[in-house]
Design a protein around this ligand. Sequence first.
Ligand SMILES: *Cc1c(COP(=O)(O)O)cnc(C)c1O
Length: 437
Amino acid sequence: MRREEELTKITLNEEEIPTKWYNIQADMPNLPEPPLNPATREPLKPEDLSHLFPMELIKQEASTERYIEIPEEVQNLYRLWRPTPLIRARRLEKALDTPARIFYKNEGVSPAGSHKLNTSIPQAYYNKREGIKRITTETGAGQWGSALSMSCNFFGMECVVYMVRVSFEQKPYRRTFMQVFGAQVIPSPSTLTEAGREALELDPDTPGSLGLAISEAVEDAASRDDTAYSLGSVLNHVVLHQTVIGQEVKAQLEKIDAYPDVIIGCCGGGSNFAGLAFPFIKDKFEGKKIKIIAVEPAACPTLTKGSFQYDYGDMAKMTPLMKMYTLGYDFVPSSIHAGGLRYHGESPLVSQLYHDGYIEAVSYKQSEIFEAAVTFARNEGIIPAPESAHAVKAAIDEALKCREAGEAKNIVFGLSGHGYFDMTAYDAYISGSLIDV
Ligand SMILES: *Cc1c(COP(=O)(O)O)cnc(C)c1O
């Protein structure tokens, strides 16, 4: 039997899967300012959202209860792959010649290949329970559409996915993946919605954007009584569902008597980052010293270059106004390969905590993150999603700082997904055709 501090793969038993989600709104010194109704600019009332979301999710959105029970049926589906392993990246540590200990939480082992299933399952569950038969959504890189398709299939519901056109073209196998689970996949912008037709008129060759695909999915859902809309990031309830990640990491590190000095997550809308970090930010509120880093692409630098203000979540200005870091609702990021990080806004919870100084942010260019991803793959055997590669790069940089300073810090990063549907991106990197924008 190896001593626990010598473990490489730190696992939990099935009974140790969290039974509650952690709601950071119970502990934040400053809550985010309320979302506003886009028509009146008055604070949003629950009924303003009831044509789009089930009541239980609307309640979770504004809840200040510290812990929210995970329904039994959701827990049972989590058991298909949770708890996910926390891995000590020993070979990477050696390759970097760092005294730091590097751990990664591997959410890529989920059947959908990313952390997104943590929220798509409860979202499908609550919708089903409230009588909804059909769910619309948007997807950028395809991970969210994959997770929601699978979840709707588990609960016997229809799923309609508006997929950002550039990803639809770059990732045909993602589309097939969703179709295996019975989803209808539509390239966005499409001619099926007002928002889509308008965008195509302006620019028939537009690569599309997440903001625009959201407009299409929202418009579709709002037009039918049996249909709800579902979002894979940004909103408080989504972030809430992801906190199973950080709670598990805490329990895993306790097994080896360790605590993180640095926590790193890639940040698109903020959900995997928040899911990993929030249970630890709770400790930071209570005085723990811990460095928490959100990593974003230089091509879509929401936290590092955006402004903190009320903005729409979508291009057609249909969603509520949220107080968040944003590059502007009409920002169309260039077609970088980390599709899941091409969103103009940011979770209001992450935004507020960044504004209040609990979180730091860095940005990297895509050539740097693919170089880091390949280093990681060659040592640890996993090809990361291009999104996750941002966290890999930051973890490597932190580990190299430790080498210079001779510090044996514990660095924990989130491997939000695997990159096995992203070979076009890796091919561009390997063949030298990847461009930094
Ligand atoms: C969607 C996605 C992201 C970005 O979304 P967040 O809400 O910021 O987590 C990151 N990594 C992977 C693998 C994704 O699928």
